[in-house]
Design a protein around this ligand. Structure first.
Ligand code: SF4
Length: 377
C-alpha cells in the first residue's frame, strides 16, 4: 500500500468528515484513504455513515437464483459459467409460482427486498415476458424487487421498469485495468452501458465488485473510483469477497487479508455516503468479528442467502443471533414500497417488529447476564 503524505491524509480526512457527495475522486485520493491508519479510517467512515443512516439498521435482502448454470460468459470467479466444470447442475428458468412462493418465505423471514438472478448474457425475448410477470407478482407482495439478468438494452430496461422493478444489479466486478484478467466475453464498456440503460429507464442501480481475485490494491481503489463516478451513485453497492469455487480458474488464488476487505468497505462508505453498502458474497466464510467490523465500517445491507428461508434455516438463525449481539435491527422497507403492497402488508410489518423485539429481548438478556457476572466478580 503506498504511503500517503501528511497533506493528502489531512485533505482526505476533511473530505471524509464532511460526508460530501462527490463524483470526481481520483485514484490517488482513494489510495490515500486506504492508507489511513485503520482506526482513523473506520472513525471517519462511521461519521459519514451516521450522517446519512440509522447506524444500527441493516437492510436485508434475499437472493434467489431463477435460472442457474450454463452461462455463456466466462467470469473466472463464477461456478455458473458454462466455460468451467464445477459440477453445478443446470436449471431452466423457474416457474413464476415457485418464485412467488419463495418470495413469500423470504418476506416471512424478514427480508425487505427480493433479488432474482439469472445466469444469462442477456435475457431472450420469450424469457423476458416470464421475468416481467415475476417482477409484478413479487412486487405485489410488498417487497422491493431486484433483478440481475446480464446485459439489458434500453427497450428491455424500459419494460422492466414499467413492470415495477425497483433495482437492477450489474456489477463492475473489478478495475477497468484488471477486468481483462477476469472476463473476456464482454467489456467494461458493455457493463457501463447496461448501467446507463438501467438508470435512464428510471430504476435504481445496484453495482459493486468482488475483492480477493488476485487484484492489486490499486485495482480496488480504481474499482471504487468507477462506482463513485456514476452519477448518481448506485443506490446499492455490493462488496463481495471472492468465494473460491473448485473448478473455477480462481480456485487457488491467494486469500485477501480480512483487514484489507474492511478497509474497502470503509472507503466505499466514504466515497458513496448515501448508498447502501452491502456485505455480500463471502459473508458466510467470515467470522462474527469480521462481520461486526464491516458493519462498523459502514456496511448496512446483507443477503440472507440464496435458498428458501424458513425460521429453521441455520444461516438466518445465525444472522438473527448476530444482529441481537450487535444491537442491529433490520431496516424497515420504505413507505413507498409498502404502499404498493396488495398482499398482506400488515404481516410484513408485524414480522419486522417481531425481529426488532427479538433483538431487544436478546440484548436485555445479555445486559442481565453481564450485570450478574459483574456482581459475582
Ligand atoms: S455473467 Fe453472471 S452468471 Fe454468467 S458467468 Fe458471469 S457472473 Fe456467472
Amino acid at each position: 500500500m503506498p504511503p500517503a503524505s501528511h497533506e493528502s491524509r489531512a485533505a482526505s480526512l476533511t473530505l471524509a468528515s464532511r460526508g460530501e457527495v462527490r463524483h470526481d475522486w481520483t485514484v490517488e485520493e482513494i489510495e490515500a484513504l486506504f492508507a489511513l491508519p485503520f482506526n482513523d479510517l473506520l472513525f471517519h467512515a462511521q461519521q459519514v455513515h451516521r450522517a446519512h443512516f440509522d447506524p444500527n439498521a441493516v437492510q436485508v435482502s434475499t437472493l434467489l437464483s431463477i435460472k442457474t448454470g450454463a452461462c455463456p460468459e466466462d467470469c473466472k470467479y463464477c461456478p455458473q459459467s458454462g466455460h468451467y466444470n464445477t459440477g453445478l447442475g443446470k436449471e431452466k428458468l423457474l416457474e413464476v409460482e415457485k418464485v412467488v412462493e419463495q418470495a413469500r418465505a423470504a418476506r416471512k423471514a424478514g427480508a425487505s427486498r427480493f433479488c432474482m438472478g439469472a445466469a444469462w448474457k442477456s435475457p431472450r425475448e420469450k424469457d423476458l415476458d416470464v421475468v416481467l410477470e415475476m417482477v409484478r407478482r413479487v412486487k405485489a407482495l410488498g417487497l422491493e424487487t431486484c433483478m440481475t439478468l446480464g446485459m439489458v438494452d434500453t427497450d428491455q430496461a424500459g419494460r422492466l421498469a414499467e413492470a415495477g422493478l425497483d433495482y437492477y444489479n450489474h456489477n463492475l466486478d473489478t478495475s477497468p485495468e484488471y477486468y481483462g484478467e477476469i472476463i473476456t466475453t464482454r467489456t467494461y464498456a458493455d457493463r457501463l452501458e447496461t448501467l446507463g440503460n438501467v438508470r435512464e429507464a428510471g430504476m435504481k442501480v445496484c453495482s459493486g465488485g468482488i475483492l480477493g481475485m488476485g487484484e492489486a490494491p490499486r485495482d480496488r481503489a480504481a474499482l471504487l473510483q468507477q462506482l463513485a463516478r456514476l452519477e448518481p451513485h448506485p443506490e446499492s453497492v455490493p462488496i463481495n469477497m471472492l468465494v473460491k469455487v473448485p473448478g473455477t480458474p480462481l480456485e487457488d488464488v491467494e486469500d485477501l487479508d480480512p483487514i484489507e476487505f474492511i478497509r474497502a468497505i470503509a472507503v466505499a462508505r466514504i466515497l458513496m455516503p448515501a448508498s447502501h453498502v452491502r456485505l455480500s458474497a463471502g459473508r458466510e466464510q467470515m467470522n462474527e468479528s469480521t462481520q461486526a467490523l464491516a458493519f462498523l465500517a459502514g456496511a448496512n445491507s446483507i443477503f440472507y442467502g440464496d435458498q428458501l428461508l424458513t425460521t429453521s434455516n441455520p444461516q438466518a438463525e445465525q444472522d438473527r443471533a448476530l444482529f441481537a449481539k450487535l444491537g442491529l435491527h433490520p431496516e424497515v422497507v420504505e413507505k413507498s414500497a409498502r404502499e404498493t403492497c396488495t398482499d398482506d402488508a400488515r404481516q410484513q410489518a408485524e414480522l419486522e417488529a417481531a425481529l426488532v423485539r427479538r433483538s431487544a429481548a436478546a440484548l436485555d438478556a445479555r445486559a442481565t447476564e453481564l450485570a450478574y457476572d459483574a456482581a459475582q466478580a
